[in-house]
Design a protein around this ligand. Sequence first.
Ligand code: C2G
Length: 153
Amino acid sequence: MAKTIITYGTFDMFHVGHLNLLRRLNDMADRVIVGVSTDEFNAGKGKKVLIPYEQRADIVSAIQYVDLVIPEKSWEQKLSDVKEYNVDTFAIGKDWEGKFDFLGDLCEVVYLDRTDSISTTDLKRSLKRFLSISQKDLSQAFEVLEMLRRDLS
Ligand code: C2G
């Protein structure tokens, strides 16, 4: 019997941590379904998202490990999704450990190790720091780098 696994996420600024998780789901099942949280749902969670839903869903559905992308519009929909898609396993990163145990009546619930040292929050922080550097400082930095390059060549 083909095994179906489901997960949910925002997948904003898609990175290798997201990719590793989806690859692991593909190793664990025959069919991988991903609920990508809508912009409205994230707004309700007070979560600022950089990339709009359509693009995030497009990126996730283009990943070879993913068979189906559905919109995640509410917390409650997981119960009906598990039934509707005959899900065998619900899996998500350990940052959600214990939060979805209630699904255990309907399917297996698995919390997976996250990929270390990469997160959308950190990427946004670095971007903010980078963008906060003044044009003047940036051009000075490049001048110094250019001088170093010349000296070393
Ligand atoms: N993830 C990971 N390693 C990282 C970063 C993220 O394994 N370095 C995993 C998370 O644990 C999650 C998935 O990638 O399982 C997507 O992460 P987010 O986009 O941050 O998802 P989140 O906003 O936590 O949404 O209803 C549940 C929510 O939709 C989960």
